[in-house]
Design a protein around this ligand. Structure first.
Ligand code: BDR
Ligand code: CA
Length: 325
């Protein structure tokens, strides 16, 4: 296959399951700037935004980044155990009311596909098997619904998700990370029923930080894509100055999951069978499953990251998209 940005290389097919906020947009740019990846579709989930606003942002950013040909599929709109969904004030504070730092991006000409996100996920795994990786970076409801409907999907899907916190505190409560908190039941289904699941959580994503120094480089390209990436990310860095001033930058959560999907050697992986707590004060916590200790492992957790190597990869790849190449 030929990547429009990379020439002749062996490419892995990828589906991004995004709740299109600011770091989701950076993950999209990272994927589009990666010669190893063939992005076959975006499935929209909720979290930073409502699912319909996620769809709008997905389409708008694909057009802005020069890839309006990539299809977008609308996903489930709320958690398995709930009837509806409202964006949390903290999500709005970090990602803006529109999910992309309140930066204006025109609506795309393209429309969302008629097929549902869940059907697209199931069909794609059936069609591409081991040549496909799915990267969820928001609420995991689409993934869990696909697993419930199709045991083949659970059996054959390769998943690298952003979410969870194993050995560090959570970011919405002392032990719960935001993406898991949106739908703990879905995340639990995913980690217990999936046969190949990699967790890229706060243990590593709060070590990979971006500052105004990097976003300035994107702005200097003078392109609409560079401008959007710089302005939206500056909004995100500013929010981090309030929520986590000790870090000195913003967490590159979702892009690191894409990075690991391409090259797992960017992180150190701990094989451990995971579960998500569903009851009591620790509801939403990702932790080892005491009932599957000693069994062969189906999940692994990133516990250390090569920060300089990832940041170099990140700036090279996102830089290509910011430059409009
Ligand atoms: C995760 O939560 C969302 O707000 C971000 O986009 C990221 O996927 C970080 O906890
Ligand atoms: Ca996200």
């Amino acid at each position: 296959a030929t990547n429009p940005r990379g020439g002749e290389v062996k490419m892995t097919k990828i589906i991004l399951d995004l709740d299109m906020g600011i770091d989701d947009a950076l993950a999209l740019a990272y994927a589009l700037g990666s010669p190893e990846l063939d992005l076959i579709g975006i499935t929209a989930t909720y979290g930073n935004v409502l699912v319909q606003d996620g769809v709008r942002n997905d389409l708008a950013l694909l057009e802005l980044f020069g890839r309006p040909d990539i299809p977008v599929f609308a996903g489930e709109s709320h958690a398995l155990a709930k009837d509806g969904f409202e964006v949390l004030p903290i999500s709005e504070f970090i990602h803006g009311t529109n999910g992309i730092g309140d930066v204006t991006v025109p609506d795309a000409a393209a429309c969302c596909q008629k097929q549902s996100a869940v059907d697209f996920l199931i069909d794609s795994v059936a069609k591409y098997g081991d040549d496909l990786v799915i990267v969820p970076t928001g609420a995991m409801t689409n993934i869990a619904t696909a697993m419930r409907r199709s045991p083949e999907f659970a059996e054959h899907a390769h998943i690298v998700f952003m979410g969870g916190a194993l050995a560090v505190p959570g970011n919405v409560s002392p032990c719960v990370e935001a993406n898991i908190s949106q739908d703990p039941e879905a995340a639990d289904i995913m980690v217990r029923h999936g046969k190949d699941v990699t967790m890229v959580g706060l243990d590593v994503t709060l070590q990979t930080l971006l500052t105004y120094e990097e976003t300035r480089k994107w702005r200097e390209y003078g392109t609409p894509a560079g401008q959007l990436l710089a302005d939206a990310t500056d909004y995100y860095i500013k929010a981090y100055e309030t929520t986590a001033p000790e870090l000195g930058g913003c967490g590159l959560h979702d892009p690191l999951a894409v990075g690991v999907a391409i090259d797992p050697t960017l992180v150190t992986l701990l094989p451990i069978n995971l579960k998500v707590d569903l009851e009591g004060p620790t509801r939403g916590r990702t932790i080892g499953d005491e009932n599957r200790m000693g069994e062969s492992t189906t999940t692994r957790v990133a516990v250390a990251v090569d920060v300089p190597r990832f940041l170099t990869e990140f700036m090279t790849r996102v830089g290509k998209v910011a430059a409009g190449l």
